[in-house]
Ligand binder design. Sequence first.
Ligand SMILES: O=C(O)CCC(=O)C(=O)O
Length: 254
Amino acid sequence: MLDSATNSATGYKSIYDFGDANVESFSVNGFVVVRDAFPAHGLETLQREICEFARNFFKIEASPFGKHDYPSEIERMFDIAATKCTKDFQDFLGKVGQLYSYLQLHSNSAITEAIAGIGGNTVFTVKGGLFFNSHNLKQLTYDWHQETPYFLENELAHTLWFPVIRDLKFTGGEMLIVSGSHLHGVRPYTETRRSRGYLQKTVVLNESDSKNVLACDLNLGDAVLFHPDIIHCTSPSLRSICRVNAITRFVTTK
Ligand SMILES: O=C(O)CCC(=O)C(=O)O
């Protein structure tokens, strides 16, 4: 169980207090925080590409600040696109994971070193995309679940989760994880799907899980790398500003 920590804005303990990037902490907690995982210029290139891609995909006119303030432009376009058509928006979020600038981010040595540091498997390929959280849009959030049941045809190595446009303490809507929950393997789950939403493979938290919840209140540039059996979910979005994050799953072939 977790002993002490500062609280994040959500009232949950902050992941920063538990995420030392070493093999011992990974084996106990099931995650590590990778500080300075991405250089600012790499994230800015991704933000610019997301803006261009969104403008073309959703046929939205550029705003006057669109050339200078990519985070605000992404928020503006995503708010429009998300409320208009959830299905297209879902497709779009997934396709961002194939952008050159997205894949390029992962060639960064901080990521490869972190994977090697926690005794990672040989990684053959990545599957990634954006996630979005807003108080107007509950369909694109996840209940408590594990990654493994979603990737039965591949062997999932590690999962990387990171903010794409702003620090999470500013936007809220963090991902929540249950520290140490990977130690019990894959749990029984219930499949449901909200109208026009993601497939849910929901697990129920027990009393000890509930005491070990941490908020991934990461700063832009940092990332969390976690075990595929870690239980996690999207926290409710309480602020007016949306949250834009990415997930990359590193997979090995079976
Ligand atoms: O970023 C989020 O909202 C959660 C995403 C997630 O849990 C997942 O893709 O497995």
